[in-house]
Design a protein around this ligand. Structure first.
Ligand SMILES: C[S@@+](CC[C@H](N)C(=O)[O-])C[C@H]1O[C@@H](n2cnc3c(N)ncnc32)[C@H](O)[C@@H]1O
Length: 242
């Protein structure tokens, strides 16, 4: 089967993510509270960026993938308050300060080690206004989905003519989930392989706090409920330690 690079098919990414995403409302509410300027790291095709821009708030999006950014720019046509940059979130310099910086939709799992997260946090710190807030949102890794039969394929998506099934192999020492997604769309079939580094709440909170941030709010879901045992998400609102 033909192999494609992840995020090369930005149009397919938008079909995959055309369903209800309750994180959109969460980030719109945060941006209404903190106002602009806002920076979204790993903004992709602008699924979170554009609803914030629609509120008239100044927002910039940063991503590493040209294909995702190309699509984001097409979708943002006509908006004067949104700008996109092709940068690595681990090391960027936009010569600008932001009131709120965020990274949503599990994109943090693309950073493969605490060292890589530290590099990203250093760049975030350099771009936050005094009193500015950094928000990170990802799911809490669940062993039910990580430790499974590596020979079996499990359903991921089946809607709008697009089918995705996955096979995965989780390395319990490196905490990296090696994933293969098998796509089927309009008589085409292909495979995308990618790795996601899992971060558990205790490790993640420690990394954030050891890099000069305090977590002043921890939510367990996009309805702003508190993070507690059984929560599906870990969402941290952080400020630079005084
Ligand atoms: C799961 S998508 C999220 C996209 C978008 N935020 C959303 O909510 O749909 C992850 C994004 O992270 C980007 N990405 C991965 N590693 C990156 C890096 N080191 N720097 C910047 N962007 C990165 C990918 O190109 C991709 O667009």
């Amino acid at each position: 089967m033909q192999e494609r690079t992840m995020y090369e098919g930005a149009d397919i990414y938008d079909i995959e993510n055309s369903g209800n995403r309750d994180d959109i409302d969460f980030f719109v509410k945060c941006s209404q509270k903190y106002k602009g300027p806002i920076l979204e790291l790993a903004c992709g095709t602008g699924i979170l960026t554009l609803p914030i821009a629609k509120e008239g708030i100044a927002i910039d999006g940063l991503d590493l993938s040209s294909a995702m950014l190309r699509r984001a720019k097409i979708k943002a046509k006509g908006y004067k308050n949104v700008h996109f940059y092709r940068k690595n979130m681990m090391k960027f310099n936009l010569n600008k300060k932001y009131r709120m910086i965020f990274i949503g939709f599990n994109s943090i799992f693309h950073l493969k080690s605490p060292k890589e997260i530290s590099a990203m946090l250093d760049s975030v710190k350099a771009h936050l206004e005094p009193g500015g807030v950094f928000i990170v949102d990802c799911f809490i890794p669940d062993s039910k989905y990580l430790i499974r039969d590596t020979n079996k394929k499990y359903p991921v998506h089946n809607k709008d003519g697009l089918t995705i099934v996955e096979r995965n192999e989780y390395d319990t020492v490196s905490q990296v989930n090696h994933i293969e997604w098998f796509y089927s769309y309009k008589n085409e079939e292909w495979i995308e392989k990618f790795d996601l580094r899992m971060y558990y709440p205790q490790e993640f909170q420690t990394i954030i706090e050891m890099h000069g941030f305090t977590i002043h709010k921890a939510y367990g879901d996009h309805d702003f409920s508190a993070l507690e045992s059984g929560s599906r998400f870990q969402i941290y609102e952080c400020k630079i330690k005084m």
